[in-house]
Design a binder for this molecule. Sequence first.
Ligand code: IPM
Ligand code: MG
Length: 386
Amino acid sequence: MTDFIQAAKDQFGKLLEEQLKRVEVMKQQGDFLNYKDLDKLIIGVCGGDGIGPAITSQASRVLKYLLKKDVESGKVEFKNIEGLTIERRAAEQAAIPAEVLKELKECHVILKGPTTTPRKGDPWPNVESANVAMRKELDLFANVRPVRIPEQGIDWTFYRENTEGAYAVGSKGFHVTSDLGVDFTVVTTQGTERIIRAAFEYAKANNKTRVTAVTKANIIKTTDGKFLEIFNEIAKEYPDITADDWYIDIMTAKLVDEKRRKEFQVLVLPNLYGDILTDEAAEFQGGVGTAGSANIGKRYSMFEAIHGSAPRMVDEGRDIYADPCSVIRAGAMLLAHIGYTAEADQLYKALDICTVTERKLVITGRNTGATSAEFADYLMETIEKL
Ligand code: IPM
Ligand code: MG
C-alpha cells in the first residue's frame, strides 16, 4: 500500500480513538448541575477581545446590579477572567490559553464576549476558534438560540447540537495527497440523545406543542440518518408533542415563507445546519447582532453574543461606543438559566423600553451616539422605575 494511504489511515485511527474516548466520557456523565444545591454560584465574565471587554464589562455591571442582594450575601460571586485575546492565544498557539481554561473551569456559568477567529490572510496563526474550543472543553452540547418577532407571530427556539457533526473534528481533517482532502462529520448515540431530549424537555416545560428535526438524512445517510432515527425514537416518549422532520434545504426556504414559518416552534438540528439556519433566523429579527446564544452543558454553561469582535472599532478608538445589547441579552438568558427568572424578565422589559418603545439614548457605534456605559446606566435607571 502506498505510504500516504497508510499515513491517512493512521491519522483517521487516532481520530476514532479520540471520539470513542469522548463516548465513554459521555456515558459516565451525570445529570445537569442543580444551581439551587450550591452554596455559592460563580459567574465568570470573560471579555474576549476586540470590543468584547468594553461591552461585556457593561453587561456585567447590569447583572451585578440585578443580583446585588445575593452578591452582598455571598450567594453569588462574579469572577473576571482576562486573557482570552487573540494576542495571548497566538503567543501560546492555543485556542484557549491554559490559565484561562483553568479559571473558566472554576465557574458555574460564564458570560463571554466575542473572540477573534483567525482566517486565511490574517496576521494570526491558524489557532482554533475559541468558541468552538470552549464548547468542546466544557462540553456545552446544547446551543440554544431563541428568535422572537411577536408582531409577526414568530417564536422559534433552536436547539443546535454544539459539539459534534462537522465541528467535532473540524480542524482535524487532512490532505491525503495534494489532490485529495477529507473532512469528517461525527455522530454519537449519546451526543444525539442528549440534545434531542433537551429540545423535547424544553418544549414540555414551556408548553410548546411541536418539535421539528432538521437534517439532510436523504443524502448524509449515516450521521444525519442516525440523528433522525434517534429523534423519532425519543419523540415517542412525548405523545403530546407533535414531532416532524424537514430537510435543511427546504427548511431554509420555509423560513422565508411568511405563512408557514409561524408554525415552527422548537427546532433541533445537527451542528452545521444549526449554525447556518440560526443566522438566517436571526436576520429576520434584526440581524445576528440582536441575538443572544446559550451554550448549555451538564456542568457548565456559557452565554454569548453572536456577533464578532469588531477589532476595527478598537483601532479607531470607538470601542466605548459599541452596542452592548446583544451581550446584555445573553446576560438575561444567563439569569433565566440560573433561576433568576424575575430579574431576567425585568432585564428583557427594560431592553425593550430602551431600544424600542422609549429610546431616550441611541447607540450609533460612534461619538454621534451614546457610549455603552451610558446605555447601561439608562437600562439600570429604567429597571429601577419598573
Ligand atoms: C456561531 C459562530 C461560530 C460557529 C464561529 C465563530 C466559530 O458562527 O456561534 O454561530 O461557527 O459556531
Ligand atoms: Mg454562526
